[in-house]
Design a protein around this ligand. Structure first.
Ligand SMILES: [Zn+2]
Length: 163
């Protein structure tokens, strides 16, 4: 999802280009997990998580529709174009996106190494980390932006995550 501050012209094609980078990286991480653990389900899960993590922007978009567009009836104003282009960001001005959180990736990695050495936790850690790194490279966000505790401390305002 394109959340750039400087280049603030919302566009569906920009978002799709960004998702194409996610596609390539997600395939790479899924192959790595497959070679390491040889479990096709975990590999597919890895791919899906890394690729479709931006689905958590739906959480923000729906909350925006609910709060700014008239409650439950606002939810019926759902527009795929407005969502995919990120145009709603201009009114919403927040960045909650609960799955964009290094805390989850770090927690999974710690679980894997110290408590539950199941491939699924390595899968979560790698899928999330690879997704975040692509986001960092292609979005204008600061280093703390993807720590949910940092965003919460700043009231989830979008301004706090820009570089
Ligand atoms: Zn993302």
């Amino acid at each position: 999802m394109e959340v750039s501050e400087k280049v603030c012209i919302p566009s569906v094609s920009k978002t799709l280009k960004h998702e194409l980078v996610h596609l390539i990286v997600s395939i790479g991480v899924a192959i790595f997990i497959h070679v390491t653990y040889g479990d096709i389900l975990v590999s597919i899960f890895t791919f899906a998580l890394a690729m479709f993590l931006d689905a958590d922007h739906l959480f923000d978009y729906c909350l925006h529709l609910y709060k700014n567009e008239g409650g439950i009836s606002g939810l019926f104003k759902f527009s795929a174009k407005e969502f995919l282009s990120g145009a709603y960001f201009q009114k919403w001005q927040k960045f909650i996106t609960p799955l964009h959180a290094w805390e989850i990736a770090i927690g999974s990695l710690l679980l894997y190494f110290f408590w539950l050495p199941y491939p699924i936790f390595m899968s979560i850690a790698l899928a999330l980390s690879s997704h975040y790194l692509v986001d960092y490279a292609t979005n204008d966000v600061n280093k703390k932006a993807y720590f949910i505790m940092y965003r919460a401390k700043n009231g989830f305002v979008k301004k706090a995550i820009s570089r």
